[in-house]
Design a protein around this ligand. Sequence first.
Ligand code: NAP
Length: 340
Amino acid sequence: MTIKNTRIVLASRPQGQPVAENYRIETEAVAKLKKGQVLIKVIYLSLDPYMRGRMSKEKSYADPIPIGGVITGESAGVVIESRSLRFQEGDYVCCPSGWQSHFVTDESDLNVYPVDPSRVPLSAYLGVCGMPGRTAYFGLIREAKPYASETLVVSAASGAVGSVVGQIGKMLSLRVVGVAGGPEKCAWVKDELGFDECINYKLGDLDEALREACPDGIDIYFESVGGALSEAVAQQLNPGARVPICGYISSYNAEKIAAARTPFDIFGELPNPPWHKFFLVFDYLAEYGEANTKLVDWVANDKIKYRETIVEGLEKAPEYFNWLFEGKNFGKLIVRVAVD
Ligand SMILES: NC(=O)c1ccc[n+]([C@@H]2O[C@H](COP(=O)([O-])OP(=O)(O)OC[C@H]3O[C@@H](n4cnc5c(N)ncnc54)[C@H](OP(=O)(O)O)[C@@H]3O)[C@@H](O)[C@H]2O)c1
């Protein structure tokens, strides 16, 4: 029986927020496997903010997706055919499939790695126990280098990265203040995840809200958002403060991202700039094992909680992707591509 692959490719480069015309859906027959190859059926596809940058023509730390190329992305799936000694049929794996239903790869591809859904659910390997979880782990522990009782402010606090940053912060005895969009997200962050406070930035007056929530000032700001929040945080940083810059999602759809006012401008222009630096989770590639082990243990033992928004259908990925920029996701945004 011929297996058909469905894939979503970049038809044109978005100007501002992506629209349906920027994508094209294609189907193709999956070719016969060569020696050493495996065929993976994608079950869950991760949607992540960084993908927006890859749709632009500017080169950043990675090359842009070429026009006609499959949209970049990680997925969790199952090996359904194998001509490899490294993987057997039935093995669950994470892999850089991109936005497609099937992925053929070589056994030598180290970006394909086995995962164990008996420890935590398969989808969790794309979020809390996957790339976003590792970003939180290395960004807080290695970049910010926190000390007990310091005050940590976490932007996008109910999201895939932010929710883990704050919970690790609590394990390290920090005062943790989240910032999130809306009362429901803030209630979850405070009541379920155990942050000390959570500010709903949509209510405005961030200066006053931050002053109340951070009476001793801010020692660490985990930057994921940029814009008005960063401007407000910048005024309340303590001497010796650290600002690991994970991202600045509020600018990702800017018509001219190079012209946008970034956290580097905001923090760099202060009379006494704090330590601030963009970091990439991939910088820690050699140490992923350490983070993976800890994150899976924490989740399996209920020390870290997480939330997912799981939406249905690969064809609708373009529509769901925009949810990240509209705050419509609550926790990690994942597309169910096929049933397990
Ligand atoms: N450096 C790295 O290696 C690395 C790795 C992974 C992720 N990141 C970055 O980490 C950040 C968070 O990623 P994630 O995967 O965890 O996404 P996420 O938080 O799960 O989802 C994005 C959230 O950002 C908030 N947001 C979107 N537009 C906003 C705006 N204009 N102003 C304020 N908030 C806005 C929304 O939450 P609200 O409803 O609360 O507004 C939205 O739900 C992104 O900047 C991403 O690029 C960096």
